[in-house]
Every structure is written in structure tokens, then in C-alpha cells.
Design a protein around this ligand. Structure first.
Ligand code: AMP
Ligand code: GLY
Length: 423
């Protein structure tokens, strides 16, 4: 099969690494890819969806896999389907589970799927009345996509009211904030759970944990994610059974009933409070860096998995996990997450990295290829992924792999997976 991957991050790189293990893979393309994906396939620079669909036809692409939310929310899947092209990902309508928090919360309420108590409104008076009735910490969210920044945790009612005011008048997030969700604060531990689905049937991957803060001990600003590990033993079989029964299965059913069947990967952001899972958010794509630790743990054919989701064949799919553990540590550039630092050369001890190849690998993100090697191009640069039969060893392996990499201003957390094995 010929496959096109849309995206340019370490998430897409890790999907490519997993596809490369399939005997069914013929040619692999990336749109646009990054400075390292060109070593796994061919990068193309077509960006508009009609242009990509034409490329897919001309190059006999059998399957397109979409990594990030932006093209999904703006309808890439609808364009490909109009051209009868096979594509992994939800339609624009189904992608509202991520692109509109109000839509998502209303689905959860309508189908009795557990989530924080909330109000969804464009009215300041309504939002204020709801805030006054809540106890303790209040969470204020902009309705639309804000690159992970549209959630404000407020310790006082006044802080929450200020946040609502700034969102509704368009000051903080423009149009994305002109509708707000205000909700109760849930105090527990977070899980990332992924269900791969054709709209009816699904396969659930083992739960992962992300590390959103920049610095060790969960200090510093929020980021796209500084590391992840999976499976997490914090998600007991009992909790996973509740997540499946109370959240994943009813959401997939609900989307079908609403006339927007959800195909692709449903990412449930879960908060577990007293052993009960609540839905914090849905995303309509793989988490990054969660994808980088989950892909290498799938022992069945990953190309068949994506193809079955896009083709309505998940029920009969053969699917298995290796039973091993993975820890992924993100290396980011100097000014992340505030701004993009100027490109700097990455030095990798290739001999040392090759000697560690049975312990894990690197998935590349913000890198640019130049004549003298890879340059760090700002943002999250790469993920060192360690794999082993237990989490502690997987963590040690990830840091061994990271020790082969150096670049000016490089920053990474030293405590990924601390929740279960310490720093
Ligand atoms: P979201 O984009 O909705 O997942 O929010 C981003 C992050 O904010 C989540 O990963 C949580 O850490 C936090 N968060 C969001 N909603 C709540 C809530 N109701 N209670 C506690 N923390 C929350
Ligand atoms: N790692 C969280 C996300 O991709 O949104």
C-alpha cells in the first residue's frame, strides 16, 4: 500500500516508524513532514486539500492518515471522501468534539456521559450566576480551538469572572472565546485514553499519562506535552472498564445517533476522581507525545489497524499489544513554549545511539535538514523513547537515548513517569 501522512510532528514520525514494520507498506509520503521524515519517505509541499486529493489520486495513495486537529476541523476528510479516497480521521462535523467545547459538553450531557458540571453560554450574567453557585476552584474555557491555551483554572470567583469577561469580549482568544464553558474543578489524576474506531466498532489502547508542564515536579507553564508513558498502572482494569462502558462506547454511539459518526482516533482526556472517570475533553486525533509511546507498543500490524478504521472493518481486525512499556521524553528548544529560538545544530552521537537501538529510538519533530545535519527549528524538537518490560527500565532507556543528543538551549524534564516510578 502507498500511504500519505498529513502533519509534521514527532507524532506523525512515530506513526511512520510503526507503519514501516508492516510488510504491506510500499511508498510513504508526508505532507509536509519534517527534516527527519524525509529519511523515512518523501516529503511533499502541497497544502490545500483539493491539491492533496489530486496528489493522492496521481500517486495511487491507498490510505491517508491525518495527524493534527487543524486539517480535521477544517474538513480535509470531507474533501478526500468526496473524491472517493480512503482517509483515517473524522469529518469536519465529527471533529467538533474537539473544535467546539460547547458541542462536546452538550453531547456529554445529552447522553449522560460523566463530565464536570458546567454551563455553556455567551451571556456574562449567566456565567456569573453559575460561578456564584459553585464551591472552590472554577475552570473557565474558551469554546473554540486555542492551541491548548483556552483553559483557565481560577482559584477565586473574581478571577473566574475576569476570565469570562476577557473571553466574551474577544480580548483573550478572539472569536474562539466568544462562547465560554464554565465548569467545576475536578481534583484527581489524569489519563489519556485512545479508541481507534470505524464509527461503530473500536479498539482501545492502554492508558497513557502526559506531562503538560514545562518543568520537573509539574512546575512552569503549560506546554503541548513534555513527555508521556504507557501503559500506566494507575489505570486499573476496573477503571478502564468504566472508561469503556461509561465514556468511549456511549460517545461513539452518540455521534452515530447524531448523524456525525466518528471515524479515526477518539482521544478522551480523563480525570479519575475517587476511582470514577470523568471526561475532561475530547480530541479527535492522537495525543502528542502520547502517540510516540503507544505506537511502538502495538505488536499487530499498524497499517492494517489504520486501514480497518478508514474502511469500516474494525470488527474483524486482529489487534494486539506487546505487553511492554514505553517512556517518551521531549526535548524542546530554548524559548519553548514562549517563542521559537533561532535554528541551532543538533549533535547526535550516532554510534552511541546505534548501540542503544534495542532499548528505544528517537522520534523527530521540529527539525530541519541541512547539508551538515539536523538543526533544531524551534518548539518541541524530538522525543527520546525508551522501551522495556517494566516502566523503570523504560524510563532509564529513554534517558540513555536522550544522553546521545545535544543542542544549544535544549530543555527536557528529568522526571517523566514520576507518577509511578519517581524521578
Ligand atoms: P482541556 O483542554 O479541557 O483538557 O484542559 C486542559 C487541562 O486543564 C486538562 O488537561 C486539565 O489538566 C485541566 N482541566 C480542564 N478542565 C478541568 C476541570 N474541570 N478540572 C480540573 N482540571 C481541568
Ligand atoms: N499531549 C496532549 C495533546 O496532544 O493534546
Amino acid at each position: 500500500m502507498n500511504v500519505l501522512i498529513v502533519g509534521n510532528g514527532a507524532r506523525e514520525y512515530s506513526i511512520a516508524l510503526a507503519l514501516k514494520k508492516s510488510s504491506k507498506l510500499n511508498k510513504l509520503f508526508f505532507a509536509p513532514g519534517n527534516g527527519a521524515t524525509s529519511a523515512l519517505g518523501e516529503n511533499i509541499s502541497v497544502a490545500d486539500y483539493e491539491g492533496l486529493a489530486n496528489f493522492a489520486k496521481k500517486n495511487q495513495i491507498d490510505l491517508t492518515i491525518v495527524g493534527p486537529e487543524a486539517p480535521l476541523s477544517s474538513g480535509i476528510v470531507d474533501v478526500f471522501k468526496k473524491h472517493n479516497l480512503k482517509i483515517f480521521g473524522p469529518s469536519k462535523k465529527a471533529a467538533r468534539l474537539e473544535s467546539s467545547k460547547a458541542f462536546m459538553k452538550n453531547i456529554l450531557a445529552k447522553y449522560n456521559i460523566p463530565t464536570a458540571k458546567y454551563i455553556e453560554t455567551t451571556s456574562e450574567a449567566e456565567a456569573f450566576a453559575f460561578i456564584d453557585a459553585l464551591e472552590g476552584t472554577v475552570v473557565v474555557k474558551a469554546d473554540g480551538l486555542c492551541a491548548g491555551k483556552g483553559v483557565i483554572i481560577c482559584n477565586t470567583k473574581d478571577e473566574a469572572k475576569d476570565a469570562v469577561k476577557d473571553m466574551l469580549n474577544g480580548d483573550s482568544f478572539g472569536d474562539a472565546g466568544k462562547r465560554v464553558v464554565v465548569e467545576e474543578y475536578l481534583d484527581g489524576f489524569e489519563l489519556s485514553v485512545f479508541a481507534l474506531t470505524d464509527g461503530k466498532n473500536y479498539k482501545i489502547l492502554p492508558a497513557a499519562q502526559d506531562h503538560k508542564r514545562l518543568k520537573d515536579g509539574n512546575e512552569g507553564p503549560n506546554t503541548g506535552g513534555m513527555g508521556a508513558y504507557a501503559p500506566t498502572p494507575l489505570c486499573t482494569p476496573e477503571i478502564m472498564a468504566k472508561i469503556e462502558k461509561n465514556i468511549i462506547a456511549p460517545t461513539i454511539k452518540a455521534m452515530e445517533a447524531e448523524g456525525s459518526p466518528f471515524e479515526g482516533v477518539l482521544f478522551a482526556g480523563i480525570m479519575v476522581v475517587n476511582n470514577e472517570p470523568y471526561t475532561l475533553e475530547f480530541n479527535v486525533r492522537f495525543g502528542d507525545p502520547e502517540c510516540e509511546v503507544l505506537m511502538p507498543l502495538i505488536s499487530s500490524d499498524v497499517l492494517e489497524l489504520f486501514d480497518a478504521c478508514a474502511g469500516g472493518e474494525v470488527e474483524s481486525l486482529k489487534f494486539s499489544m506487546s505487553g511492554r512499556f514505553a517512556v517518551g521524553v521531549v526535548a524542546a528548544s530554548k524559548d519553548y513554549p514562549y517563542s521559537n529560538a533561532a535554528p541551532v545544530k543538533i549533535s547526535i552521537d550516532e554510534a552511541a545511539l546505534a548501540s542503544l537501538s534495542t532499548l528505544g529510538h528517537i522520534s523527530y519533530a521540529g527539525v530541519e535538514k541541512r547539508e551538515d545535519g539536523l538543526y533544531a527549528n524551534g518548539g518541541r524538537i524530538l522525543v527520546a523513547v525508551g522501551i522495556a518490560d517494566d516502566i523503570k527500565t523504560a524510563q532509564q532507556n529513554a534517558y540513555k537515548i536522550m544522553s546521545t543528543v545535544k543542542f544549544d538551549g535544549m530543555q527536557y524534564r528529568k522526571d517523566i513517569a514520576y507518577q509511578v516510578v519517581g524521578a
